[in-house]
Design a binder for this molecule. Structure first.
Ligand code: 0L1
Ligand code: MG
Length: 263
């Protein structure tokens, strides 16, 4: 799209959906549309998801991004964000990451909540957030920014639904009282070599703080978190590339090991 183009929420959603569909990474939207602010970027994100829903996808939850120092430092952005999860992003356990359908996928380990009760801000605390959680899982998110080299500003990545592509949940389901979420440790290995490690404390000090953050931020947009929704609380470590033939293991202390391979 040329610089003379008048950018709108709809045209930005068109461009980002086009990049995803054609597996073509592009320069940040803010290069062409520097006026794109955070509120407008969330409207682009909502428009993009509304199109996916109109095409048959179903919203299954939300994700947080940039909730850990590791992620914030790598991306050069100090603010957490929220984005949407749909059923089309679910990768069944054991299914390979379909690298041929993606641009430049990376994976990152996460602590994942499934809600048992509705959670609506404002005023949600980590304690009230955790009380709404039914189950805790280990997870791995596959991110695939539509921007060249994962380079973006905060409005760019928000508009791009926070680089969402796929996610997989582990096979161990625990209740929130069954483990110490702050101390829960993940060891991340690529092809058998340990590349990173982090505890739940990396996620806003406690993953429930991230959940509360999501509930309160989404309340500002008139959205409540619904029972049964999946919430990815954000990458605990920096993300690693997944190439065809790779095997990545995220080994958690109590939540089991989530293994993904590249197809
Ligand atoms: O979990 C996360 O922190 C995902 C952040 C999404 C932005 C990105 O790293 O591409
Ligand atoms: Mg993530």
């Amino acid at each position: 799209m040329s610089d003379e183009h008048t950018w709108t929420v709809r045209s930005a959603a068109d461009v980002l959906l086009g990049a995803e569909a054609t597996r073509t990474d592009r320069h940040p939207v803010t290069d062409d549309w520097p006026e794109l602010d955070l509120d407008t970027a969330y409207r682009v994100q909502d428009e993009l998801i509304a199109r996916k829903v109109a095409a048959g996808e179903k919203i299954v939850g939300v994700k947080l991004g940039l909730t850990s120092a590791a992620k914030q430092q790598r991306m050069g952005i100090g603010s957490p964000l929220t984005a949407w999860l749909t059923d089309a992003m679910i990768l069944e356990a054991g299914a390979p990451v379909p690298t041929g359908e993606l641009i430049h996928p990376r994976v990152e380990p996460e602590i994942v909540f499934v809600l048992g009760e509705r959670l609506e801000g404002p005023g949600v605390t980590a304690e009230s957030a955790l009380a709404a959680v039914r189950s805790v899982y280990a997870g791995v998110e596959v991110i695939d920014s539509r921007y060249i080299d994962f380079r973006f500003t905060l409005p760019d990545v928000v508009a791009d639904n926070a680089s969402s592509a796929r996610f997989v949940l582990g096979g161990v389901e625990l209740g929130p009282a069954d483990l110490d979420l702050v101390a829960e440790t993940c060891v991340l290995s690529v092809n058998g070599a340990v590349v990173d490690t982090a505890t739940g404390a990396a996620v806003q000090g406690h993953p429930a703080e991230a959940l509360a953050l999501a509930a309160n931020a989404l309340a500002e947009r008139g959205v409540a978190l619904e029972p049964g929704w999946i919430v990815l609380t954000g990458g605990m470590t920096d993300a690693v590339f997944v190439e065809p033939g790779d095997r990545i293991d995220a080994e958690f202390t109590h939540l089991g090991t989530v293994t993904v391979t590249g197809s």
